[in-house]
Design a protein around this ligand. Structure first.
Ligand code: AMP
Ligand code: TRP
Length: 335
């Protein structure tokens, strides 16, 4: 049997090149080798204040973008996290197994909590336990994500191991321990305005990121104004030039060229020569995705049918795992 993959993206705001290059592109590339589950993690989306008027629409957007980016239903299942109630239920059970200080250590919590000021929800702290539930319910072997999720995956493994230690039998662990799948290139796409900060949906400046649905004009404008340096000749891996490394890496990934080819092509270039090349590569990569997306968004009935099928397939697996966990914890079985 093929190994199983599970991953997800939150329906908050527009997807950007970091989400695409760090996560979704990799899902698409390896999907034929695995049994894949891709989730729109809408329960995670309310861990910071959200707008109920746009949540459902944003959920459609992410599902349509999964398909538009090339997720193929013959290998992959797409579903909405809140449609499978086992996610919330398992999160509760794991909450009672997870030590509080494990959560307080999470870098993403600390970063996001600062931004929320006094208004930090218990859900924001608990976010990684829900993520662990997403993964463990499907007994995922691998979880393809960007670099920023590495700590959450270590936590997931720790929660799984602790549950096995406390409630598993020797030859019958409660959970399978998942492995992260983090690529070397593209796992950390940086902001266009600061090569030391990651590209993020929550950056207040639109100029810091290229969204998958940006028009060619917007892409051109953003690349034209992005931060560079005064050095002539472009090269990878110079710690003094984080923007240069980021932009060359973007160009490499979007054009499909090798690192060596890009290094040679750009070694004598100035920014004025390079920026149009990067713009073209971004526009050409995104064009087919945007066309497919526009078409899918006119077919809500079709999207609904895919999400319904995903819900059924995901629920069947998730319920089985949940029953096994409840059994291991000693619950009276349901009537
Ligand atoms: P999120 O936008 O937080 O829902 O993230 C969805 C996926 O995109 C996760 O796998 C993240 O690790 C990945 N991701 C988010 N931002 C970046 C980035 N700047 N570079 C690479 N991957 C990213
Ligand atoms: N926390 C992830 C992020 O923000 C999203 C996510 C939620 C996820 N559940 C998941 C990713 C399960 C992989 C597997 O990027």
């Amino acid at each position: 049997m093929a190994q199983r993959i599970l991953s997800g993206v939150q329906p908050t705001g527009n997807l950007h090149l970091g989400n695409y290059l760090g996560a979704i592109r990799n899902w698409v590339e390896t999907q034929q080798e695995y049994d894949n589950f891709f989730c729109v993690v809408d329960l995670h989306a309310i861990t910071v204040p959200h707008d109920p008027k746009t949540l459902a629409q944003d959920t459609y957007t992410i599902a349509a973008l999964y398909l538009a980016c090339g997720i193929d239903l013959s290998y992959s299942t797409i579903f909405v996290q809140s449609h499978v109630s086992a996610h919330s239920e398992l999160a509760w059970l794991l909450n009672c197994i997870t030590p509080l200080n494990w959560l307080e250590r999470m870098i993403q919590f600390k970063e996001k909590a600062v931004k929320q000021g006094d208004n930090v929800s218990a859900g924001l702290l608990d976010y990684p336990v829900l993520m662990a539930s997403d993964i463990l319910l499907y007994e995922a072997d691998k979880v393809p994500v960007g670099e920023d999720q590495k700590q959450h995956l270590e936590l997931t493994r720790n929660i799984a191991q602790r549950t096995n230690d406390q409630f598993g039998k020797k030859d019958q662990p409660v959970f399978k321990l998942p492995d992260p799948l983090i690529r070397n290139e593209g796992a950390r796409v940086m902001s266009l305005l600061d090569g030391t900060k990651k590209m993020s949906k929550s950056d207040p400046s639109e100029m810091s990121r290229i969204n998958l649905l940006d028009s060619p004009d917007d892409i051109k404008k953003k690349i034209k104004r992005c931060k560079t340096d005064p050095v002539k000749g472009l090269s990878f891996d110079d710690p003094e030039r984080p923007e240069c490394d980021n932009l060359l890496t973007l160009y490499m990934l979007l054009s499909g060229k090798t690192k060596k080819a890009v290094a040679e092509e750009c070694q004598d270039m100035g920014w004025g020569q390079f920026k149009p090349l990067l713009t073209d590569a971004a526009v050409e990569t995104l064009r087919p995705i945007q066309e497919k997306y526009q078409q899918l968004m006119t077919e809500k009935g079709y999207l609904d049918s895919i999400l319904k099928e995903g819900q059924e397939k995901a629920s069947a697996i998730a319920q089985q795992t949940l029953s096994r966990v409840k059994d291991a914890l000693g619950y009276l079985p349901r009537f």
